[in-house]
Design a protein around this ligand. Structure first.
Ligand code: UDP
Length: 334
């Protein structure tokens, strides 16, 4: 029984834990205005997703992929798909250039992360993290994790495609939530959901071939898959998530040292200061990709070991580093 039928895939719920995803030969663009059936498209996208999910699992990401049933069907973890998708851009192209009237083909100094609401009727509008959280589409922790995971996936995929002479221009990720509230990468990762250019010539290898009627769509999709399958050894990737824990005395607890500092500053003429509270901070580095488990572990360490829950509050700042990039986001207040 097909429980959900999308534009290119059918999902069948098998039990409380698992779903079966069937990849069809349908291809569509422009919110379904242009659509067609292309022989072997389902198989090619299914096998490309298998390969990329296997690679991401290998590097420690939580993905919904469990196993391949056959060349067009996957067994996946049952999750609730979040109504927000994340796009990561390394080079300017597509809707970004139309939205901002920006030149195509410009390499960004830092990858750009954008959130979009999944809503065909409104053409998947861009949304800020703040609004997505206020609209209760995702939680604050999910927004932060989704961005950190997407940055880390980008770093891994750039390395993978670099090995096979392809340039990762941009891609879209979807996330799902388990009943326990853990985040998993979901949906598919294939030439339908990313832009890949031939490194030497800039030739388009992805769904833009279909969008722009360039022809030979499946020839290029299959070539990507063959190149992925030719990878014998995965590249080294050292994830590094650092967390700054800021520990502060609870508002209701007296802070004599802060009081002394406040009086001293007032005496020195700093008249606009209202009050001073002193705290401490710790920085912890984890050799792990961002995940719900890591987030829980960090909270546990902060709550049980670094702070005294009777008198202190803590605030976390999580940063995801790699060899190249650095990005910080405020995480959460207890
Ligand atoms: N993308 C996708 N599904 C969507 C929207 C975008 O897989 O519903 C992918 C798209 O293939 C590209 C990246 O996300 O790799 C960025 O797409 P963009 O926002 O530029 O939109 P487009 O130009 O495709 O309208």
């Amino acid at each position: 029984m097909v429980t959900y039928s999308g534009k290119a895939k059918d999902v069948i719920v098998l039990n409380n834990e698992e779903v079966q995803i069937n990849f069809r030969d349908s291809i569509s663009a422009f919110d379904g205005d242009k659509k067609e059936e292309l022989a072997e498209k389902g198989m090619t996208n299914c096998l490309t997703s298998v390969k990329l999910f296997e690679i991401l699992n290998e590097y420690g990401f939580n993905t919904h992929f469990i196993s391949k049933i056959n060349d067009t069907q996957l067994l996946c973890k049952k999750v609730t798909i979040l109504p927000v998708e994340v796009v990561c851009r390394n080079i300017s192209v597509g809707s970004f250039c139309r939205r901002y009237s920006f030149e195509e083909g410009i390499k960004f100094e830092q990858p750009i992360i954008e959130f979009f609401v999944k809503d065909d009727e409104y053409h998947d509008p861009l949304i800020t993290e703040t609004v997505a959280v206020q609209m209760k589409l995702i939680t604050e922790n999910e927004a932060i994790l989704m961005e950190a995971i997407t940055r880390a996936v980008n770093e891994v995929l750039i390395k993978i495609f670099d090995l096979i002479s392809l340039q990762l221009v941009d891609f879209k990720l979807e996330f799902g939530r388990t009943t326990e509230g853990q985040l998993f990468l979901a949906d598919e990762i294939s030439a339908d959901t990313m832009r890949l250019w031939e490194r030497k010539t800039g030739e388009k290898k992805d769904k833009d071939r279909y969008r722009q009627n360039l022809g030979d769509v499946i020839v290029h999709y299959k070539d990507i898959l063959e190149r992925l399958n030719s990878i014998l050894k995965l590249p080294d990737y050292k994830p590094l998530s650092t967390v700054q824990v800021i520990i502060k005395l609870r508002k209701s607890v007296l802070d004599p040292a802060g009081e002394v500092t406040f009086r001293s500053l007032s005496r020195k003429g700093f008249k606009r200061i209202e009050s001073v509270r002193l705290g401490k901070s710790a920085e912890i580095a984890f050799n792990a990709v961002p995940s719900s488990e890591l987030q829980s572990e960090i909270e546990e360490i902060s709550e049980k070991i670094l702070s005294n829950p009777l008198i202190e509050d803590f605030e976390l700042k999580i940063q995801h580093h790699s060899e190249k990039s650095e990005k910080s986001t405020l995480m959460k207040n207890r």
